[in-house]
Structures are given as structure tokens and as C-alpha cells.
Design a protein. Sequence first.
Length: 423
Amino acid sequence: MSTVPIAEHPYRDAVLTELHARPVELVAPNMRVRRLVLAVPTRSGAMGAAISQFRDFALAKGYSLQDESGRQYQFTTPERVVSWEFHTEFITITWYSALDDGQNWPDDIGLEAVSEAELVGAMRVDMMDEPALPDRVLPSFNPTSLCLVAIEYGNAQLAADFVPDADKFIRFEFAAGKLSPLRRAITLRRILEVETYRTMALLALPLARQTGPALRAVEMELTDVMADLSGIETTDEVQERLKKLHDLSVRSGQISERLNYRFAAAYAYGAILRRRLEKLREETLGQGSSLSSFIGNRVEPALATCEAMDKRLTVLSQKLERAVELLNVRISLDMQIQNKSVLETIAETARSQFRLQHTVEGLSTIAITYYLIGILGYALAGPLEATGWSKTLVISILSPLALIAVFFGLRAIRRGFEKNSKH
């Protein structure tokens, strides 16, 4: 047996497996199909726990699971074929049974294994082997929200009104008599996915509406802070505004944390929903609305609301950054002014010290000269008396010389001191 001489990429098997992760299952021409869409808690490990609980349920019931390596599992009960699919944040439970099956909540599909999940959507598709929908099914729909279309290039018909029944299931009537078994299975899957992703895409709208007042409050408070920036005069006021901006940034970050994932998921679900609706290739039959029109008129405004709030959050973040930058510039300017004032004070002090030093040196020169002349007067008194010279005349002649000597002597001492201090 030959072996591949090149090392395989660690994701190669995963990529190959993804091609067959959710295979299309052929279905009988007359069948009732139900699906539940269940949201899993957002905490870490919740989906893994749900998968583990499901496997425990299947093991306890003795069901033989197919595709145990992936996230789609299928098993068969005496009355139903059941399929579980585990997505990123939700689970779908789909079961196929006879067209006259009246149990919306059967006890053999494993509902007890998703005790922590929450019901988001429920749908029922009655698929019949008819070339067109019988007239008897249309009166049971709400005419104000009826969607009646031909799909798959006119080879099948579909009707729905998106009004839940007593058990909160949305009902679809699907006439697929002209479709081949493969096209019938593919179209059925698309119908189920349209309602699945419509429900998941709209989950963001209630959260956006709930969060809107909090976002508006932060925007208004930021507007007040920005309007008040020009009136700031003291450093304490600047610090107070910075503290306020920090509080607004925290609140804005909390809102973003709540909305970012939900909005990103809604955009992704909306894109998938549009593609699934396009793939149905629907045409209106002159009564009611088309699925694309009816769903688009509800989902697109909801996604537009989310996009608008997303942009508001981005603009809010940018405004907060600019406000902080403005205050930082103001703080920097205040610090420069304070530093200039300090430097000017230091310079003035140095000048005062310099003038004082010169004054002291002048006074010191005079004082030393005075004492030096006094000493010379005493020292020369005897010799001058013996020689008959006038003491006053001699002292007068020596006084300027003594003053000059003292001046240059003190100057030499100061220069020597400055030279030593530099070394």
C-alpha cells in the first residue's frame, strides 16, 4: 500500500469532512416535518455540554447515531426519523413523520437533553405529493400575511402565513409532486433554513431596542461634556472631565460588548437568509405576498436598525477618543505654562542671587579695604613718625592701591572657587 510522501495539513481532514457535514437526506413524498430552533446559553462550554447530554440520551435509549464525528446526528425511532444539528450558538432538532402525525412535542426525540436551551423558533412543513396546493389548505391561513408562491421554476408551490399555532409552530404547506426526490429534499431543507435563519437574524432586534436608551444616554452626556470643554479653566475641572469621560468610555464598552457578537451574527444570518430565499426561485401566484417580500420587509429594517446602532457605537467611540485627546492637549498646555512660570521664577531668582552676589562682593571689597587700611595705618605709624613723613598723606596714597589689590584678590578667589566646583 503506497503512502503520500508529503506531510498533510492538520486541517485537511476537517476541510474534507465539512463537505459532507450536513448531507441532504432523501425524504418520502408525503411527510410532516417539524423543526425546533434552540438557543444555547452563551457561557463557555455550553455547546459542548449540550452535545455530551445528547450523546448520553442516545446511549441510554440505545439509538445508533450516524455521523458521530461531526455536528449532525441522526437516529430513527419507531415513528420518526430525527436529526440533531449543533451550530455555533444554537441547536436544531428536526424530525420526519407521517403526514397525520399530531404530536408537536413527542417524547422520543431527546428534548430532555436540552434542558438548559431556550426555544427560539418552531416550524412545521406539511409536504404532499401534489402538483399544486389543494384549495382546502388556503382558507386556514391568515389572508393579511399569506405568502403563496411557486418555487423551483414553478415545479412546486409553498404557502405560509407566519402565524404560530397553539403550540407556537409556524406552518408551511409544500406541494412537491413535480420535483425529483433529490430536488424535493434540497428544497425542503431550504424552506427549513429560511425560517431558521429568519428567526436567528431577528434575535438582534429586541436587544438593540433594549439597549437603545442606554446608548442614547451616553451620547447625550458626552455631548454635554464636549459643550462644556471650552469653559474649563482649572486643572481640577480638567481632571473632573477626564473622570467623566472614563465613566462614559466604560459604559460605551459595556454596550459594545453586549451588542457586537449579536450584531455580527445577525448580519451573517441575514446574508444566509437572502441566499436561501434566492435559491427557492419563487414566483408569486397572484394571491398574498412572496416570501422574499414578506420576510425582507421585516428582516431588512431590523438589520438596518442594528447597522445604524453599530455605526452610532463606532461614532461614539471616536468622539470619546477625540474628547480625551482634547483634554490631554489641554493638560499638556497647562503643564507647559506651569513649567514656563517655574523656569521664569528660577531665572529671576538666579538673577537676584547674581545681583546680590555682586552687591556682597562690592561691600566685601570696601569692608576688607577699610580694615586693611586700618592695619596699614597702625603698621606704618612708627616708621612714618621716625622719618617725619605725613601719615595722612601716606595712607591717602596707599588707599587706592589697597582697594585695587583687594578687588583683584577677591576676584581671583571667586574664579578659583568656580573652577574647582566645575571639576
